[in-house]
Design a protein around this ligand. Structure first.
Ligand code: CP
Ligand code: NVA
Length: 303
């Protein structure tokens, strides 16, 4: 049997993605009822983090424990990866001991190499190119609040970063239309735009992107690894804040999402992220439930 991975949302079929989201909702109910459910007893997840994390680390580690297994945090600083051991060799060794590997790093190519040499599932916990686990949780969250996202209009405001790229792929996989407003020179991946152009409209302002929108999403102006560009980005992005005015242009029952961490007063105003249309706390919590469903799917092959 071929080993399945989640490097981008294209690695799962539309049917599988919907199954995982339905399962995430079931696992959330099981947990909320206080039931013990341990399909991953004795299974171990290795978690390689080359970048910081609160939600990703805690949700994967807590998720594995709740499913009866365990997780090991691996920092390149303390492993031989940081001293130059090849990723191919690391993949072979880790897959002989673990049941699944999660990695958060800079280069997407490195994650592809890891997966190519791993005999256990590899999950992308964020690269410079994509953040599929977050968008899986976002899809669960939208569906819990507003029902099926299929046929809806989603607006991306801000940086054309890893989250924006993952929303482009999600538009294809979950069947919605995506309006994107990024400052010039900060747009998303060109290949993705070409590949999924039927699903995408590029807009010149956040206001234009917000028209007829059912969901407005944004993210930080400077992602991890771009800290030195912060000042320059503050100038380039100054008109790309999701404000109350932008939310008022969208459909009346539109919701607001942000993967967090957020910078109030930069990409989003405090009154929007802390306001009634914001569903960011459910979105963050759903990382746990969506990833538990993903781990169960990848590790046990349950479909
Ligand atoms: N949204 C997200 O991935 O958060 P962390 O960086 O805290 O993991
Ligand atoms: N785009 C952000 C997401 C953080 C979860 C980053 O890559 O830093």
């Amino acid at each position: 049997m071929t080993t399945r991975h989640l490097l981008t949302l294209m690695d799962l079929s539309k049917k599988e993605l919907n199954q995982i989201i339905n399962r995430a909702k079931e696992l959330k109910e099981i947990k909320n009822r206080g039931e013990i459910f341990e399909p991953l007893k004795n299974r171990v997840l290795g978690m390689i983090f080359e970048k910081s994390s609160t939600r990703t680390r805690v949700s994967f580690e807590a998720g594995m424990i709740q499913l009866g297994g365990g997780a090991i945090f691996l920092s390149p600083k303390d492993t031989q990866l940081g001293r130059g051991e090849p990723i191919e060799d690391t993949a072979k060794v880790l897959s002989s001991m673990l049941d699944c590997i999660m990695i958060r790093t800079f280069s997407h190519d490195m994650v592809e190499t890891l997966a190519a040499h791993s005999t256990v599932p590899v999950i992308n916990g964020l690269t410079d190119f994509a953040h599929p686990c977050q968008v899986l949780a976002d899809m669960q969250t939208y569906s819990e609040h507003r029902g099926n996202i299929s046929g809806k209009i989603v607006s991306w405001v801000g940086d054309g970063n890893n989250m924006c790229n993952s929303y482009i792929i999600a538009a294809e996989q979950f069947d919605f239309n995506l309006k994107i407003a990024c400052p010039e020179g900060y747009g998303p991946n060109h290949h993705l735009l070409d590949e999924h152009k039927e699903r995408i409209s590029l807009c010149s302002t956040p206001a234009e992107a917000a028209e007829n929108s059912d969901l407005i999403v944004t993210d930080v102006w400077a992602s991890m690894g771009q800290e030195e560009e912060q000042r320059q980005r503050e100038i380039a992005f100054k008109d790309y804040q999701v404000t109350k005015e932008i939310m008022s242009i969208a459909n009346k029952n539109a919701v607001f999402m942000h993967c967090l961490p957020a910078h109030r007063g930069e990409e989003v105003s405090a009154e929007v992220i802390d306001g009634e249309q914001s569903i960011v706390w459910d979105e963050a919590e759903n990382r746990l439930h969506a990833q538990k469903a993903l781990l169960e799917f990848l590790i046990t092959g349950n479909q």
